[in-house]
Design a protein around this ligand. Structure first.
Ligand SMILES: Nc1ncnc2c1ncn2[C@@H]1O[C@H](COP(=O)(O)OP(=O)(O)O)[C@@H](O)[C@H]1O
Ligand SMILES: [Mg+2]
Length: 204
């Protein structure tokens, strides 16, 4: 299966294009890095690929077909700030299982403790909350994961633990991953290839 963005063009204002003729292709099971200067449009491209931003030029397709907007999104986007992706008034158990019941295997893999399930989001650290966001996103119906600076806010040990869990699960489920990070060492370690979007967009 392939997730493709072809000739993607986008600007928040017409007078200021952010992305120009960007081509990107991600296959099942592939771990692809996306690099680029701050402000070069990495997060914007992530949102376009995951269907969060609809007003773009070019096309995004999954095996040549448009991604349905009225069903489970097989392209799951995870952000840098997990606290923005959860309802602060829900207990973690409800947040976790909103879409489907997350398997015990996945909870174990992310080191999610039983006692955390009875907490509110603000009673967890950023790294703990990010584990929930990932556990929820890596469902059997997910084909691609877009990881936009997901471990930028956590310490080095937590970063390694989180990525080890992700890589295990995506390997098992044959999920393709787009990794956006400023951490060149991390990218070199986990990605098969890295594309630089500042270059694609003709910026320095
Ligand atoms: N919602 C928005 N409205 C207007 N401009 C935005 C918005 N989001 C991002 N931008 C601008 O678009 C450019 C690209 O942003 P972004 O995609 O977040 O870049 P990156 O993730 O590579 O740092 C930046 O100049 C940023 O200021
Ligand atoms: Mg960004």
């Amino acid at each position: 299966m392939y997730l493709k963005g072809e000739n993607i063009g986008f600007g928040y204002k017409k007078s200021n294009p952010i992305l120009k003729d960007v081509d990107i292709s991600l296959g099942s099971g592939e771990i692809l890095g996306l690099a680029g200067d701050s402000g070069s449009g990495k997060s914007t491209l992530c949102k376009i690929l995951a269907g969060y931003e609809r007003n773009y030029q070019g096309s995004v397709s999954l095996d040549g077909k448009k991604i349905p907007s009225n069903a489970y999104n097989p392209v799951q986007l995870i952000f840098q700030h997990p606290e923005k992706a959860v309802n602060p008034r829900w207990k973690m158990r409800d947040i976790l299982n909103e879409g489907h019941v997350v398997s015990q295997d996945i909870l174990n893999s992310f080191g999610i403790k039983k006692s955390w399930l009875d907490r509110w989001p603000n009673e967890l650290s950023g790294g703990e909350l990010q584990r929930f966001a990932l556990a929820r996103a890596l469902s059997p119906k997910t084909s691609f994961l877009i990881a936009d600076e997901i471990t930028t806010m956590v310490d080095a040990i937590t970063q390694v633990q989180i990525w080890e869990s992700i890589l295990d699960i995506v390997d098992e489920l044959n999920i393709g991953v787009l990794v956006v990070s400023h951490d060149k060492k991390l990218m070199a370690k986990i990605c098969q290839e890295v594309v630089d979007i500042s270059h694609i967009n003709g910026r320095s």
